[in-house]
Design a protein around this ligand. Structure first.
Ligand code: 5GP
Ligand code: ZN
Length: 148
């Protein structure tokens, strides 16, 4: 009996440790973590247990969405820190939101700037999903306020 209780206690402890280890890490000064937590606003288009998708605050195409993991990682450099389910959910969500916006047949682009040289400005991994119009090569780096 004592042995069974000890075994159960050890099992419960191991389960708790697993839960703690898998709890999403949030960065308190990260704007996208705040959007995930609901403490910053966003125009959400899709959510599941792993990812969130919302409109870019400064759209540079007719459709310009961002797809992010709920768990904070800074960039693609840390992709391996995400559980496999989240990695799969990210790509599926990019295609799903593009389909929901009606842009898959016309064509769309998925972009992930990773690091300084790529011009990453928000250091919470995100995929830009852009489309809804003929995209230029510099689709998301171009300032729409400047011509042409
Ligand atoms: P990056 O330059 O890192 O590839 O892309 C960051 C993107 O996040 C930019 O397109 C920028 O407009 C967008 N962004 C920055 N802050 C916010 C925000 O508070 N809300 C939303 N929805 N998008 C943001
Ligand atoms: Zn974050």
């Amino acid at each position: 009996m004592r042995r069974t209780l000890l075994f159960l206690a050890a099992f419960a402890l191991a389960a708790c440790q697993t839960l703690v280890a898998e709890a999403p890490k949030a960065s308190t000064d990260c704007i996208f973590c705040k959007i995930v937590a609901g403490t910053a606003p966003s125009r959400k288009v899709y959510e599941d247990p792993y990812v969130l998708a919302f409109w870019d605050i400064r759209p540079r195409a007719k459709v310009h969405l961002l797809v992010i993991p709920k768990q904070h990682v800074a960039s693609l450099k840390e992709l391996d820190e995400l559980p496999m389910e989240t990695r799969a959910a990210l790509l599926s969500a990019c295609v799903k939101v593009a389909r929901d916006q009606g842009i898959v047949d016309q064509g769309f682009r998925i972009i992930a700037n990773s690091g300084k040289d790529a011009g990453q400005s928000v250091f919470h991994l995100h995929f830009h999903v852009v489309g809804g119009e003929k995209l230029r090569e510099d689709a998301i780096t171009r300032d729409p306020a400047k011509q042409p």
